[in-house]
Design a protein around this ligand. Sequence first.
Ligand code: RIB
Ligand code: CA
Length: 306
Amino acid sequence: MSTKIVIDCDPGHDDAIAILLALASPELELIGVTTVAGNQTLDKTTRNALVTLEVAGRSDIPVAAGAAAPLRRELRTAAHVHGETGLDGPELPETSALPVEAHAADFLAELIEPGVVLVPTAPLTNLALMLERHPDVPDRLERIVWMGGSIAEGNVTPAAEFNAFVDPEAAAAVFASGIPITMIGLDVTHKAFFTRAHAERLRGAGRAGRFVAELSDFFQQFHERSYGFDGSPIHDAMAVAHVIDPSLVTTRHVNVAVEVRSELCDGRTVVDLRGVSGRAPNAEVGVDVDADRFLELLVSRLASLA
Ligand code: RIB
Ligand code: CA
């Protein structure tokens, strides 16, 4: 019995790889993709989601575009990481596929039924709008598994991770919603590096494998330049992998609150590991990962795509 999932994303190299991992995994059924502005502008993240599905021969999967900007803040993109297209590296195929008419916030509400797991790998603007427009959704949404946040260091500021930083108000609303949520943050994604050796295993493994290898070639440049890493953390794929095999990431049930009124720490996910705040636990937060098993799952599944 496979788990139905919806990915809300801002492709973005690691978002695209997360989509392909979901399509390559029999444990999951990807029933829809929604897009939001984040790594790049909404028009580009939406086109990139359609292109990624085209690469996998799965243009049958519906895509709905959502918010072009955060709830209350100016959009901040990441062209320095993902390039001007948002998927720099490979030659991007043309696709005649178009997004559905519905706004992502409404399409998510349409798709969510008991048993569906929502996997946002981007700023949480679409989910916050979904909660505003459809207050009944929490009653039927089993779990959110979000790639975002961090217990320790951020990656946009010393305090904040990108998906939380872009729209802190949206993140705060989702953590306050009462929906069961798992946070796959930088503390675990920065423990697993997709290396050139992994890319070489995929380069000759069909269209999707070559696409991922060429995405990795570009993505790697940022991580070498900025962190001195000998590989790239494929952040968003770890959120999908967690739905496939929850034993890969060790989590703790703790309180997470999001800073929205700070000059230095806006967007910080304040993770109360020791329960000192008195705030009730509201999330499962990733504290460790079996990096080798995650990477082997990722590469072997991607290699299985045609
Ligand atoms: O901080 C990493 C996250 O921000 C990833 O989801 C990446 O795609 C960007 O959206
Ligand atoms: Ca992302």
